[in-house]
Design a protein around this ligand. Structure first.
Ligand SMILES: Cc1cc2nc3c(=O)[nH]c(=O)nc-3n(C[C@H](O)[C@H](O)[C@H](O)COP(=O)(O)OP(=O)(O)OC[C@H]3O[C@@H](n4cnc5c(N)ncnc54)[C@H](O)[C@@H]3O)c2cc1C
Length: 575
């Protein structure tokens, strides 16, 4: 693959051209910190380090959020689940971070009413007491305080929920687009001086004669160019790959990882017409979550030890059927079949192995450790708490290199690039009106407002330049041609998959994996990046395969919904 012809592109730091300049720059003079891994953890660390004034670079071997950070349940959560285990500090931290994220990314963190249904013989009082403690620990706003619903009230939110229902506790969580949240952290890092490149793998970490790690050999995936990047400290934020990164360079693995896989399935909202989100519990005790996002409902998640390819975790047909059976058990009249599943995704939790514990019981907390000298590794944790994880990782970095130029954590005050100034509701209403006036359809407007924030102004400006940028990618596709241009010019998308999966979310959140618009998207990217016909065809063919992998694999099933997984009490997890 190549991306040589970038002459049509403005030299934006966060474009494919800016990416190449960043790679060249990171190899010319030593850095303070090189961050390996552009998931939420690495992007959060790079942003924090850049805001402190350090010379920092960030590389990802594929794209930002290529790994777990685009495959989560996408909930910015206050940590209600940790109450069950008595992890009060974690609840406090999650709740605090949730508040911070609502401030720095109001365009990407949306309120979601969450129901915790209680079935006989369980006690509603117990859950209610738990939520009371939660509201106190989380210092919840009055608007967010929990309330109690009787069975009729519950079924207004969750029509058809099974019996014997006692009622539910309703409280508030927040939903996000995890891939865009991650990308915006990388973009923010770049805006504050970090040298950032996706599709650039750290192949080997190198050590000096004293054994200290002092950089990495980084390979550009597109032209195979190799860059020797030197840094006072390297941070290994490789998520599920953290162990592989150490082993690949012959470095000791102080804490082994125990990858665990979780899958989700996507349904059209009309097939499971719930409002908000809910914990699910089947009669056999299997648990999960269901969440509404615009015209869709997604359900997750499983929690199984994983030994397959870290690069391509996929939901198997059996896993999908197990999850579907659990939903069907919770909503007996729904008559869901495998044909209702529009998309699937699978993510790997980078859990730290704990002797004698199942993946479900293994702590979700992050761990940071140094060793050998010059190398800080961080693994585990949550999307919600990434900012605090960055603080902890940088405290170790600081110990390694002495006092930084500026030790003030500014990540709480500096908003993410898409966050508009002022009231988010007013901003969204105004931009929605302007898009509608420009002829953009109402479904598309809803989707755009949900995803973009201030970047809507770039799209509107494209439309003023040429209204064709505000035309749909194809008839009936609720996405604009301008989004593709924006993804390339300002969000460093370099491939069709980058655009369709992690910038526009069409891979998962559209009825046909975005295939109807994929050819036009490939054409636009091709024009911006100078792809020849062969490259366009290859990108399109690659995307079709990728899309197929995110649907239910074909197979012969036993009739009925009595899947074996449905009888495994406690299997599945509520993130
Ligand atoms: C099913 C599931 C649901 C979840 N739901 C939630 C939720 O609702 N809320 C929440 O707060 N948390 C949730 N989590 C947890 C959260 O998603 C993860 O903790 C987080 O995304 C991990 O991010 P990471 O950056 O550590 O790893 P990743 O996102 O996997 O990032 C690692 C990156 O390293 C890159 N990389 C690997 N090797 C190299 C190399 N040699 N050179 C350069 N780059 C490299 C990869 O390409 C990848 O992009 C969930 C997790 C799972 C699995």
């Amino acid at each position: 693959m190549e991306d040589d012809t970038l002459t049509a592109m403005p030299p934006h730091a966060f474009s494919p051209q800016g990416r190449r300049l960043a790679l060249q720059a990171m190899a010319t003079s030593p850095l303070d910190v090189l961050v390996v891994g552009g998931g939420i953890t690495g992007c959060g660390i790079a942003r924090d380090a850049a805001l402190r004034g350090w010379r920092v670079a960030l590389v990802d071997k594929d794209d930002f959020a290529f790994g777990t950070s685009s495959r989560s349940s996408k909930i910015v959560h206050g940590g209600v689940r940790y109450l069950e285990y008595g992890h009060f500090l974690l609840v406090r931290e999650s709740a605090r971070e949730r508040r911070v994220l609502r401030t720095i990314a109001p365009h990407l963190v949306h309120r979601l009413d969450f129901l915790y249904p209680v079935f006989a013989p369980d006690s509603l009082l117990k859950i209610r007491a738990g939520l009371q403690v939660f509201d106190w620990l989380a210092d919840s706003d009055e608007d967010d305080w929990h309330s109690v619903l009787d069975p009729a009230g519950v079924r207004e939110w969750l029509p058809g929920l099974r019996d014997p229902l006692r009622g539910a506790v309703k409280y508030v969580e927040y939903i996000t687009d995890d891939a865009r949240l991650t990308m915006e952290n990388a973009l923010s890092a770049a805006e504050h001086g970090a040298l950032v490149a996706n599709h650039a793998a750290a192949e080997t970490l190198f050590r000096d004669s004293g054994g200290r790690v002092h950089g990495a050999r980084v390979r550009d995936r597109f032209d195979d160019a190799v860059y020797e990047v030197r840094a006072r400290v390297v941070v290994n934020a490789g998520g599920p790959w953290a162990q592989e990164i150490l082993e690949g360079s012959g470095l000791p693995v102080e804490k082994a990882l125990r990858p665990s896989k979780g899958i989700h399935i996507l349904l059209d909202h009309s097939r499971l017409p719930i409002e908000g989100a809910t914990f699910l519990k089947s009669r056999s005790g299997r648990r999960g979550l269901a969440m509404r996002r615009l015209g869709y409902v997604y359900v997750g998640t499983s929690d199984d030890e994983y030994r397959g390819s870290l690069d391509a975790p996929r939901a198997t047909r059996d896993e999908v059927l197990d999850l579907l059976a659990m939903v069907q058990d919770c909503f007996p009249d729904a008559e869901l079949t495998v044909d209702d599943v529009l998309a699937t995704w699978a993510g790997i939790r980078p859990l730290i192995a704990e002797e004698g514990r199942s993946t479900r019981d293994t702590s979700r907390e992050d761990e940071v450790w140094t060793g050998p000298a010059g190398l800080v590794t961080i693994a585990g944790g949550k999307l919600t708490t990434y900012r605090r994880m960055a603080e902890r990782a940088l405290a170790e970095v600081r110990r390694e290199i002495g006092d930084p130029p500026d030790d003030v954590d500014r990540t709480m005050d500096v908003r993410l690039p898409g966050a508009p100034a002022g009231d988010i509701g007013a901003f969204n209403r105004d931009r929605a009106e302007r898009l509608a006036e420009a002829g953009v359809g109402s479904e598309t407007v809803k989707r755009l407002v949900w995803l973009y924030g201030r970047q809507l102004d770039d799209l509107i400006a494209y439309g003023e330049e040429d209204p064709a940028w505000l035309a749909p990618l194809a008839d009936g596709v609720p996405a604009l041609r301008g989004e593709v241009r924006h993804a390339v010019e300002r969000e460093m998308a370099c491939t069709l998959i980058d655009v369709m999966d992690r910038r526009t979310a069409l891979l998962i959140f559209s009825p046909d994996s975005g295939l109807a618009g994929a050819a036009e998207a490939a054409r636009i990217i091709g024009e911006l990046l100078g792809w020849d016909q062969r490259r366009r065809d290859a990108e399109l063919a690659g995307y079709r395969t990728y899309a197929r992998e995110h649907r239910v694999p074909p197979g012969n099933d036993r009739p009925g919904n009595d899947r074996p997984g449905n009888g495994r009490p406690g299997a599945g997890s509520a993130e």
